[in-house]
Design a protein around this ligand. Structure first.
Ligand SMILES: Cc1cc2nc3c(=O)[nH]c(=O)nc-3n(C[C@H](O)[C@H](O)[C@H](O)COP(=O)(O)OP(=O)(O)OC[C@H]3O[C@@H](n4cnc5c(N)ncnc54)[C@H](O)[C@@H]3O)c2cc1C
Length: 435
């Protein structure tokens, strides 16, 4: 098979994995990344004098594509597993929420609702025939399965804080897969999930991929925003980035769909229209270095009308390597449509509002515990997948010869995750290689 010139747009985990796969197969690859840093949503950010993962990333036992890549790149010794303790803040109280025994003691709902909640979680672990619930919203499916009380107290607040005004439009299979993926990390019903993390964070993986690509003849161009995908006679011939044209036999887009649409040639206008119909949630996240832990959990779900975020991720309780000069690392993510006021709230006001909520959540918390705090944000953090979304998923091969598309919506019903994107990127690498 003749070797090809391939341009990859986007230097996140998908773009870098596609570049790695193609470089391994001897193709001539150029990665274009608009920022000065690689990694996309998994990139690092400066907190004080150190670099730290911009968003928390944990690994599940079933994340096979990611685990295989970690092994291939010689990083196996950096992958560690620990119990991921969960708790639930509801009705002014933090309840442990890790084991079936915790559920039995979860007095925020009646015993029958607890039982229904537990049985549903156990069924999700075994269930695979998600097509049977494709017509349902998560709300309809959950009310049928766990009843109104458990839905109102546990699930609705979580869906609302994650999807805001779209909360009742999310497909049932999407939510099923989230419960299913997480539960695969449990060896038995009675033992807590084992969650994984990389010593050094996702940056270790990003750096290893970039080193491999460059060492094997690939090129990575930072500060290079693609502005146009060029075509001739119905076939992709290259990518324009600034003043430069990069010739290509094939192009892989590894950027969010709304970022891809303006780059498409006029001949792909219908395709662009189709992609524009998929909406995304934005995210803002507080990354806080604290003197002390707030809880002993890795993840605290929050359901309280006074608190406008749905969870605390006390990352140091899972990954002690992410400790920041002895401080504890806390992430507070807030998802929202980008047209909501919260997305443009001044950072100081946002930080103050979050501190007020932390005082409700954890009465012993004192603002003097905060050593550093930064606010990060991204526009395309989470696709919104309504029922029957499988009919709208874009294919890996776009309807323009030589163009391939990588996007988290192609993982449906799975949620976006590193492992899934690595799997898709390797498939795209194989497709380009074999055509
Ligand atoms: C808050 C949060 C928490 C998460 N937690 C987890 C977790 O615990 N576990 C897990 O597995 N996953 C998690 N994820 C998901 C994971 O981060 C993503 O699935 C993954 O990083 C997506 O990678 P990507 O390469 O597909 O896209 P991105 O990371 O979005 O990368 C796209 C890249 O393209 C670049 N780009 C955009 N436009 C252009 C252009 N015109 N020209 C050149 N470059 C361009 C961008 O700058 C970016 O670097 C989380 C995500 C978020 C937001």
């Amino acid at each position: 098979m003749p070797k090809k010139k391939v341009v990859i747009i986007g230097g996140g985990i998908s773009g870098l994995t596609a570049a790695y796969e193609l470089t391994r197969r001897g193709h001539q690859v150029t990665v274009l990344e608009q920022r000065e840093l690689l990694g996309g949503l998994a990139r690092s950010v400066q907190l004080g004098e150190r670099y730290i993962e911009r968003y928390y990333h944990f690994i599940c036992r079933g994340d096979q594509h990611l685990i295989r890549l970690i092994n291939e790149l010689g990083l196996a010794s950096k992958l560690h597993w620990r119990p991921g303790r969960t708790s639930y803040f509801v009705q002014g109280h933090i309840y442990p929420f890790t084991s079936p025994l915790d559920l039995l003691r979860f007095s925020a709902i009646r015993p029958l609702s607890r039982l229904r909640f537990g049985l549903h979680a156990a069924r999700c672990r075994r269930m695979t025939n998600w097509e049977d619930i494709e017509d349902l919203t998560a709300e309809q499916w959950l009310i049928q399965a766990v009843g109104t009380e458990a839905y109102e107290v546990i699930w609705r607040p979580l869906l609302q804080t994650k999807f805001s005004r779209y909360y009742d439009q999310i497909s049932a299979p999407w939510l099923w897969h989230r419960i299913h993926r997480y539960s695969q990390s449990r060896r038995s019903l009675w033992r807590p999930e084992q969650l994984g993390y990389l010593e050094g964070g996702s940056q270790v993986l990003i750096d290893a991929l970039a080193d491999y690509i460059v060492d094997h003849g690939g090129a990575i161009q930072l500060n290079s925003a693609a502005s146009e995908i060029m075509e001739s006679h119905g076939k992709v011939v290259g990518v324009r980035a600034g003043e430069r044209d990069e010739e290509a036999d094939a192009v892989a887009s590894a950027i969010a769909l709304p970022e891809l649409v303006p780059l498409l040639p006029d001949s792909a206008a219908d395709y662009g229209q189709q992609l524009s119909g998929i909406d995304f949630m934005a995210v803002r996240c507080l990354l806080v270095a604290l003197e002390h832990n707030l809880t002993d959990s890795f993840w605290v779900n929050v359901s309280d009308s006074r608190i406008f975020f749905n969870g605390l991720i006390e990352y140091s309780n899972l990954n002690p390597w992410q400790q920041y000069g002895g401080a504890q690392i806390l992430y507070i993510p807030m998802y929202m449509p980008a047209d909501e006021e919260l997305f443009v709230w001044p950072q100081e006001e946002l930080i103050e509002a979050v501190i007020g909520c932390l005082e409700i959540l954890c009465p012993q918390f004192d603002r003097s515990w905060i050593r550093e705090v930064i606010v990060t944000q991204d526009l395309y953090a989470q696709a919104i997948c309504p029922p029957q979304f499988s009919q709208r998923q874009p294919a890996l091969a776009a309807p323009l010869t030589g163009l391939y598309v990588l996007d988290s919506t192609q993982l449906y019903p799975s949620d976006r995750c590193l492992s899934g994107m690595i799997g898709l990127a390797r498939t795209v690498g194989e497709m380009i290689d074999s055509r």
